[in-house]
Design a binder for this molecule. Structure first.
Ligand SMILES: Nc1nc2c(ncn2[C@@H]2O[C@H](COP(=O)(O)OP(=O)(O)OP(=O)(O)O)[C@@H](O)[C@H]2O)c(=O)[nH]1
Ligand SMILES: [Mg+2]
Length: 286
C-alpha cells in the first residue's frame, strides 16, 4: 500500500482546486473565477485498492493584507511541513513571472520532490504550450513537468500516476470511502459560498463568508456574512432575487451531499470588518 500527502501550491486562480477535483474524480473543493476562493486547507482524498493519495488544496500564495489573508498564508506555509511531494500549479494562460518564481523558490527549498502542473492548456496552440513549458522548466530542479487541463481532464490521469509513484509505503490515513476532511457543515457552507462568488463581482466576493447554523431533518439554515450594508443589499438583490438564485443553485448539490430533500434557509448579515476579526475567523475554521 502506498499513501501520502501532496501539497498543492501556486498563485491564486491558476486552477489548483479544479485540478484537485479532477485528480480526485469528484468535487471536494469549490471553484470560482475570482482569486482567493480557497481560504482553508482542504484534503481531497483518492483511495484505490493499492494507494491513498491525499492532496492538500491550499489558498493561493499571496502577500497578507489583513487577518484573513494572514491566516490563509500561514495555512499555506504550515501545510508544507511533512509532505511527500509538492504539486506546483502554473497557468499556461498567463505569463509565468515573478509571482510564480517567488513560490517556486519557497517550494524547491523544501527538499521534497516537486511536480509541476502547467494547467489550462486547453485551446492553446502547441507552440505556445511548448514555450510555456520551457519557461516552467527553468523554475527549479523539478521531478516532472506535466501540461494538463483540469477542465477537460487532458493529462490528468498521467499526472495522477506520477504523483502516486512518488508516495511512500504507508497506511490508510482516512477510511476508504472518505473523500475530504471537511466536516459536512463546512462543505455546505462552501457550496453556498461558491454560488455567491459566481453571482457577484468586484470587492463583494472577497467580503462574503458563510456559516451554517443548523442542519435539520428537512432544512439547512445558513448565514451569509458581508461587511457593509450595501454588500448586503447586493446579496439580497431586487426583491430577494439574488439570495433566491444562490439558494436555487446550491440546493441540488446540498441535497446530493446529504442524500435527502432539503429546504434551504439563507440569511444575509452584516459583520463589519469580519476579515479582521479573529473570533469570526476561528468560527469559520480559517
Ligand atoms: N480554461 C481552463 N480554465 C480552468 C482550468 N482549470 C481551472 N480553470 C478556471 O480557472 C478559474 C480558477 O480556478 P480555481 O480552481 O478556483 O483556482 P485556484 O487556483 O484554486 O484559485 P484560488 O483558490 O483562488 O487560489 C476558474 O474559473 C476555473 O474554471 C483549465 O484547465 N482550463
Ligand atoms: Mg482554490
Amino acid at each position: 500500500m502506498r499513501s501520502g500527502f501532496v501539497a498543492v501550491a501556486g498563485r491564486p486562480n491558476v486552477g489548483k482546486s479544479t485540478l484537485v477535483n479532477a485528480l480526485c474524480g469528484g468535487k471536494v473543493a469549490i471553484v470560482s473565477d475570482k482569486p482567493q476562493t480557497t481560504r482553508r486547507r482542504i484534503y481531497g482524498i483518492a483511495t484505490t485498492g493499492d494507494h491513498q493519495l491525499i492532496l492538500a488544496d491550499l489558498p493561493g500564495f499571496q502577500r497578507p493584507r489583513d487577518a484573513l489573508t494572514e491566516h490563509m498564508q500561514r495555512t499555506v506555509e504550515s501545510s508544507f511541513e511533512e509532505v511527500d511531494c509538492v504539486l506546483l500549479v502554473l497557468s499556461a494562460r498567463e505569463r509565468i513571472g515573478a509571482g510564480d518564481r517567488f513560490i517556486a523558490q519557497r517550494v524547491f527549498a523544501l527538499g521534497a520532490p516537486v511536480v509541476i502542473a502547467l494547467n489550462k492548456v486547453d485551446r492553446l496552440k502547441p507552440g505556445h504550450i511548448a514555450t510555456q513549458m520551457t519557461t516552467a522548466s527553468r523554475l527549479g530542479d523539478f521531478h516532472a513537468l506535466h501540461p494538463v487541463s483540469a477542465k477537460t481532464r487532458d493529462g490528468v490521469a498521467e499526472l495522477r500516476d506520477e504523483l502516486v509513484a512518488l508516495l511512500p509505503e504507508g497506511p490508510l490515513y482516512f477510511p476508504e470511502e472518505q473523500r475530504t476532511d471537511l466536516p459536512v457543515e463546512a462543505q455546505i457552507a462552501e457550496l453556498i459560498r461558491e454560488k455567491a462568488l459566481a453571482l457577484t463581482r468586484d470587492e463583494v466576493p472577497h467580503a462574503i463568508s458563510v456559516q451554517v447554523e443548523e442542519i435539520g431533518e428537512r432544512s439547512v439554515a445558513a448565514d451569509l456574512l458581508v461587511e457593509t450594508e450595501s454588500q448586503k443589499q447586493i446579496l439580497i438583490g431586487r426583491g430577494g432575487s439574488m439570495i433566491k438564485e444562490i439558494g436555487t443553485r446550491a440546493r441540488p448539490e446540498i441535497e446530493s451531499l446529504l442524500d435527502r430533500h432539503m429546504f434551504l434557509e439563507l440569511h444575509v448579515k452584516v459583520r463589519p470588518r469580519w476579515r479582521r476579526d479573529e473570533s469570526v475567523l476561528e468560527r469559520l475554521g480559517i
